[in-house]
Design a protein around this ligand. Sequence first.
Ligand SMILES: [Zn+2]
Length: 382
Amino acid sequence: MPKRKKSTSFLVLLSGVALAALVALAALGNVKGISGAGLRATTQAEATAVELALIASLTPSTATATTEATATPDRPPTETPRPTREPRPTRTARPTSTITPTPVPTATHTPRPTPRADPQGTDHYWFDRPIAPPDDNNVALFYPYASTGQGQYPVHSGVEFVNTIGVPVLAAGTGTIVFAGADGDPVRVGPPGREYDEDGSYYGNAVVIQHDETYKGQRVYTLYGHLDRVAVSVGNRVATGDKIGEVGSTGVALGPHLHFEVRIARNSYYDTRNPQLWLKPFAGNGTLIGRVIDERGDPIPEAYITLQRPDSEIIGRYEYSYAEGNLVNGDDEWQENFVIGDLPAGQWIVAASVGDRLITRQIFVVEGQTTWLWLEMPRDND
Ligand SMILES: [Zn+2]
């Protein structure tokens, strides 16, 4: 599947641009070290600027350039992100390669009984992708919802679809346009009350759709930010797949991409949910979600989560649990603090670690559905 290959190479690129794919494991270890608060940028605007410079440097063509010496880089290599912190000591999270129904955690404490009853969540994959093939309709892995891009950016209120300027942006579902134009004129759809660029615009040209269906009696909105062109007006009716604008880099964006949000109840920056729980998974894929918690049941922010097939040494995906802060929200029913979307169905070994604390589980991801996983971190070694 070209889609999956692309994501994997993108991930390898992110985790250590200068490194060959086969040392990706080591790079992933390094990456963990970056997540400290010390690297967090001081203002949202600065951070976002950095973020978008990164986006610009991570387009697929540049990705090729950085991994193949023969290609001509179109950006200076200094723009590429690189893990800089000290390597983590022995990465013990890698489970054995044999298929075992219950992987034994390598942590020294006695495994606790498998956690409480699962929450009674319900899937609501209402929306189509706002980008259609052959353009890139993958959610960018390096800066998913509620992540900080490993400590470098503000907590993310949406997801990115990295594409070139002019790529059509499509309505994710049927509804009515309630905002179309420059963020801040007259309404601000980005973070309220703050100025982020000379126009006071955060999302630049943006569109917000209020969808026809309500969710638990609440309004449901999708937002499309940083557009180059807006193709609709307030009051227009749109159907799923209608063109509403074009990808751009307006507002606080240095590189072209679509920023996509799902907002519940209020059309507000503070009322977002994880779009990956609302976008239909690709065929053959499902969604893994859950909570990484401590022994008191409290969520652990930015825990490092890896996924491997039971018979493989390769880390197929990695992710972090949601960052702290009140900018992002769990699903109304699930109340998750991590999501790994567009995950190929089947068996996976999931390992979550914080410092030297580690937990592993084996799970089965069902195509087209949400699979729930509790990860209760063992106590620290004393
Ligand atoms: Zn974004």
